[in-house]
Design a protein around this ligand. Structure first.
Ligand code: KG4
Ligand code: ZN
Length: 349
């Protein structure tokens, strides 16, 4: 094996079948097959549909990644795969494929945590992480603030969502506004034409009293309800709903709270590097406000490009390669998936 391991990573925790190939921290291929269109009419991801789609897409996506990267399977040094958290059946498809590759090629398996991979992916774009650093993970299933001591091994949670994940709030509000699933990108786009100060929506867990107990936690259910009530009241009184204004004002409330909590975590921990990852990190307003406020407090901000924020295989390969480089132990072929894997378990051995 050379100094930079050639690692293939498989992601199948939700609705994207992702296969990435990296050599060390160099991205060689990032092949994705998404089943999102099959879920859209249900307004959310249907687990059985996702599992079936992973099954159909897995082999062709692996072949596409190898062809894009110009590598053969027998050249790989290790296989990485998402072991959790995520949909049980969907995770099983990815781990089964990874185990089969590991066994047939005689190379180590690294079954890793999806949340840690969302942070690790940034090394493909911005180089090694300064550690410790603060990471804010905002996706469809999770919202958490983390202290990353060592991305290959030790992550300490500082706070999390008490109810909806940030992406879930975007998706639910989009539904109220009649926008397609998943709603995040649609709200992002429409909000550009709206007035973000048009409606003063609540900023959850930011009052002095809430901050005593939930300084680094977030909550979006109050905001989601406030948007639904506002729209209902407008419709009941026959007044028009300016979708762009609602989207912009809602997005501003989410972004405001997320950035404030992330900066507060950096300052309270005395850490000057912040990484934002997960699907919601693709949000243009979140990127803009985080950039602005981080600069104000002398915090170095790292956010992967939007294509690496949403689920992909490259993030899994990136974390796998970091673990291989650090000489971390591989996973046994008997490992199980864990739909609610804690972020503190960077790998399943
Ligand atoms: O990380 P991800 O691809 O999957 C999970 O691990 O959940 O995140 C998906 C979530 C969805 O809720 C989607 O609406 C949201 O990320 N999202 C966005 C944007 N792009 C994706 N939310 C806000 N603005 C965006 N541009
Ligand atoms: Zn994700």
């Amino acid at each position: 094996m050379t100094d930079s391991p050639l690692v293939l990573g498989i992601e199948s925790s939700c609705d994207e079948t992702g296969v990435g190939i990296v050599r060390g921290s160099t991205l060689l291929a990032d092949a994705i097959a998404s089943s999102v269109d099959e879920h859209a009419r249900f307004g959310g991801v249907v687990p059985e549909v996702a599992s079936r789609a992973h099954l159909e897409a897995m082999v062709p996506t692996i072949e596409r990644a190898c062809s894009d990267a110009g590598v053969r399977l027998d050249q790989l040094d290790a296989i990485a795969v998402t072991a959790g958290p995520g949909l049980a059946g969907a995770l099983l498809v990815g781990t089964s494929a990874a185990k089969a590759l590991s066994l047939s090629l005689g190379i180590p398996l690294h079954a890793v945590n999806h949340l840690a991979a969302h942070v690790a992916v940034d090394t493909l774009e911005h180089g090694p992480l300064a550690q410790p650093c603060i990471a804010m993970l905002v996706s469809g299933g999770h919202s958490s603030l983390l202290k990353v001591v060592d991305i290959t091994d030790t992550i300490e949670p500082l706070g999390a969502t008490l109810d909806d994940a940030a992406g879930e709030a975007f998706d639910k509000v989009a539904r109220v506004l009649g926008l397609p699933f998943p709603g995040g990108p649609h709200i992002d786009r429409i909000a550009r034409e709206g007035d973000r100060d048009a409606i003063e929506f609540p900023r959850g867990l930011t009052s002095a009293r809430d901050r005593e107990r939930h300084r680094f936690d977030v909550s979006f259910s109050g905001l989601k309800t406030a948007v639904a009530r506002w729209v209902e009241a407008r419709e009941a009184s026959g007044e028009p709903v300016n979708v762009a204004d609602v989207a912009a004002s809602f997005q501003e409330a989410v972004v405001d709270v997320l950035v404030a909590k992330a900066i507060d975590a950096c300052r309270s921990e005395g850490i000057d590097q912040l990484v934002i990852g997960g699907g919601v990190a693709a949000n243009s307003r979140l990127r803009e406000v985080a950039e602005h406020r981080a600069a104000k407090y002398g915090i170095r901000l790292r956010v992967p490009r939007p294509g690496l924020c949403t689920d992909n295989g490259a993030m899994v390969a990136a974390l796998g390669a970091l673990r291989v480089s650090q000489g971390r132990q591989g996973s046994g072929l008997g490992i199980s998936t864990d739909s609610s894997l804690s972020v503190t378990d960077v790998a399943v051995l």
